[in-house]
Design a protein around this ligand. Structure first.
Ligand SMILES: [Zn+2]
Ligand SMILES: [Zn+2]
Length: 307
């Protein structure tokens, strides 16, 4: 008898690569056709600088999609990450050609990972750094609302609302210029450019975490990372079960706090004021009616607006 936990009928695939793509439109057309045939949902972004995708489908279809992707010589070394799906993580399929595969708007001379990016360390190496008491600082390259529900113990949140905010946050990170710095993000893609950006702006000793926080949590559930990992799909957050240390179960800690009352929560909402739309943590007690507002001002100005 197999338990239902291990036989979830849906899988989510995550993959990305910075690589020069001569004809993004043709590639987008062929991947869209394939994904439609396989009934996949999710998002794939393609640019001349690379590919970035998250798709969900049944076990067999996601397997076929991954195989076909890896058959393309451009992507033969792409690491496709798997996680359990829900069957409705994404509302639809969207395959788009964009200027960038992560919206950073950094000038190319500041961040062109094909030319220069920080050396990668594996989850095992990071675990080793922790155990040896290595001196380093972790800079979390995710947005501040992602950091809010979970992060590596002692890591630094530069306070970005979006990846394009890094240049304006640089002065805050100035004291780290001569220190050993490790950048982290969900799956590794944002660090490719953001660690490059740091290197090209005078940071001397920068590393990036290969496969990101997701990869680390899969290998070391319940260790060094507190809270839950934010995801950009319907799941909102994911965790990897409780950890274990010397045969003792370590219960997962909730570190997210309600933006409105300060209670512990991992529930996200968007501000009900359409001109704000801030994404924030709000506990169930503070979620009111159809719309929850991030501030009194947002509540008042929202009701004053023509409906
Ligand atoms: Zn609350
Ligand atoms: Zn608001």
């Amino acid at each position: 008898m197999e338990s239902s936990r291990t036989t979830a009928p849906y899988k989510i695939l995550l993959f990305y690569k910075y690589v020069d793509i001569a004809d993004p439109d043709t590639l987008a057309d062929s991947l869209r056709t394939l994904a439609k045939e396989l009934n996949l949902t999710g998002r794939i972004l393609i640019a001349t600088e690379g590919i970035n995708g998250t798709v969900e489908g049944d076990v067999e279809s996601t397997k076929i999609f991954a195989q076909r992707l890896l058959e393309n010589p451009l992507f033969s070394d792409v690491c496709v990450k798997l996680s359990e799906g829900t069957g409705d993580a994404f509302p639809k399929l969207s395959v788009k050609v964009r200027n960038e595969i992560v919206g950073t708007r950094y000038p190319q001379e500041d961040a062109y990972p094909q030319m220069r990016t920080a050396p990668r360390i594996t989850a095992e190496e990071l675990r080793d750094w922790f155990e040896r008491g290595e001196e380093f600082e972790i800079v979390d390259m995710r947005n501040d609302y992602e950091f809010a529900s979970g992060h590596f113990k002692g890591s630094i949140d530069p306070g970005m609302q979006a990846s394009r905010d890094l240049p304006e946050k640089l002065p805050l990170l100035e004291p780290l210029k001569k220190k050993k710095v490790l950048t982290v993000c969900t799956g590794g893609i944002r660090c490719e450019k953001m660690s490059a950006y740091l290197l090209n702006n005078g940071f001397e000793d920068v590393y990036q975490l290969e496969d990101g926080i997701h990869g680390y949590m899969q290998k070391y559930p319940g260790k060094d990372f507190v809270g839950a990992l934010y995801t950009f799909d319907k799941r909102k957050t994911m965790h990897f079960g409780d950890g274990e240390e010397n045969g003792q179960k370590i219960e997962r800690e909730i570190v997210g706090t309600c933006y409105l009352c300060g209670d512990k929560t991992e529930e996200y909402v968007n501000c009900g004021n359409d001109y704000c739309h801030r994404h924030f943590l709000a506990c169930l007690n503070c979620q009111t009616g159809e719309r929850t507002f991030c501030s009194e001002l947002c509540m008042e100005t929202s009701s004053a607006l023509p409906q």
